[in-house]
Design a protein. Structure first.
Length: 425
């Protein structure tokens, strides 16, 4: 399961200290990733509240995980010994496999954390609470910009941005990137706040881009996706009463007992990282299921067929992904003809998406179009035509892509984004 490196091997730069705000699923696994990677000399984690009765309780939490096992086995395998040492209540720090990790437990508002005092230049924001980049740093409810005023130079959000006031434009110092798709859009001279998008957007982008590269955007008539997604920390273990103003009553139902229909912002975020998708009709839906990790995107694309050339076959589509995976320098795209279940890809290292070619399906049919009913066509021109009814061949393809929504896919790629930004600081 341990991080295997998606870039050239990078040794500790000897200078930067990484800040992590939040110590939930993504925060904790981000610490695991960077303890394995050994790039940052030190990690400072802001929990924002007192936890347990002592630092030993935090040490207990950090070295055990119900999904991925124990930290030392993640790092070195089943024969490894525990790697937590030097637990110091006074300094609030411990050493994890040679990497010093300090824990702050006083402030939840980013502007009050004091990253500058801790020597932190780069922060990964994992709480999911500060995703609107428009409020000022001194906003009463807290703001992601508070990290910058608290001493950080750059902030990476582990989720898509969400602007609450729809009249506000995205600020100029903000960018959304997915590694291997548009990571070069990040400009270290002008961007201070970076979104690493979401696990679903990351998987989806790596499913869509090979099709766009091979076929071009004009051949994709429309697309839709449904993500069959593992549970997240925001869902209820047992049924609970919704908070005031909440309109989606399903999110308060027990994830242990139900398949829950919900929403995803993947379609909106996808157009930020692949602008060509703005011209393609796209629908994205999400279904939550009672598993701890390991998710699936079912992508449906409607392609304009050209019968004068070779038809779009199942093997043609699979070859697009096979060839793209072979030339992917980072291993973000993985293709397999094996038969998998969700547990097989939990902890699968580095892959943004694992295309299951065994399940690729396609069907071609003719779509009837009456030009007299098509908006925007001059009626006088239509009247001069011998035929006003066209039969257009369209191929519908269904493609399956697995992704580990926690460590294997998302956190490892978040780690790559973090190190690549650190390299430019």
């Amino acid at each position: 399961m341990c991080w295997g490196g998606t870039m050239a091997d990078i040794s500790n730069n000897g200078g930067l200290t990484l800040g992590v705000n939040g110590f939930g699923r993504i925060g904790k696994l981000t610490v695991w990733h960077h303890v394995a990677r050994k790039y940052f000399k030190e990690i400072v984690v802001n929990i924002g509240r007192q936890s347990g009765t002592s630092l030993q309780d935090i040490a207990h939490y950090v070295q055990r995980d119900s999904t991925y096992g124990r930290l030392h086995t993640y790092l070195y395998g089943q024969s490894a010994q525990p790697v937590v040492s030097e637990v110091n209540e006074k300094s609030g720090s411990m050493v994890l496999d040679g990497v010093r990790v300090k824990f702050l437990q006083s402030h939840r508002n980013p502007v009050e954390i004091g990253w500058g005092r801790e020597g932190v230049d780069l922060v990964v924001e994992t709480t999911g609470q500060f995703l609107d980049p428009t409020p000022p740093s001194d906003h009463a409810g807290g703001s992601i910009r508070g990290h910058l005023d608290a001493g950080a130079m750059k902030v990476i959000a582990s989720a898509p941005f969400k602007i609450k006031d729809q009249g506000q434009l995205m600020p100029g110092d903000v960018v959304t990137t997915v590694m291997g798709i548009n990571d070069s859009d990040y400009d270290p001279r002008s961007h201070s706040i970076i979104s690493n998008a979401s696990c679903t957007t990351t998987c989806l982008a790596h499913m869509i881009k090979p099709l766009l590269d091979a076929l071009g955007p004009n051949k994709i008539l429309s697309a839709s996706m449904a993500t069959v997604h593992a549970a997240t920390g925001s869902q209820a273990v047992l049924d609970r009463l919704p908070k005031s103003g909440k309109i989606d009553l399903r999110k308060n139902r027990s994830i242990m007992n139900n398949i829950i229909l919900t929403t995803t912002g993947a379609a909106k975020a996808l157009s930020l990282v692949i602008p060509a998708m703005k011209k393609i009709g796209f629908i994205a839906e999400s279904v939550r299921i009672p598993t701890a990790s390991g998710s699936l995107i079912i992508l449906v694309v409607n392609l304009q067929e050209e019968l004068a050339t070779d038809p779009i076959t199942r093997e043609f589509i699979n070859d697009i992904y096979r060839q793209a995976a072979e030339v992917d320098p980072n291993g973000y795209l993985y293709y397999t003809d094996e038969q998998n279940v969700s547990g097989d890809i939990v902890g699968f290292p580095r892959a943004a998406t694992i295309i299951e070619g065994n399940e690729t399906h396609r069907r071609t049919a003719e779509v009837t179009i009456d030009l007299e009913n098509v908006p925007g066509i001059d009626k006088e021109i239509v009247a001069t035509l011998n035929k006003t009814v066209l039969r257009v061949p369209v191929t519908q393809a269904v493609i399956y892509g697995w992704y580990d929504n926690e460590m294997g896919s998302y956190v490892n790629m978040l780690g790559d984004r973090t190190v690549s930004i650190a390299e430019d600081m």
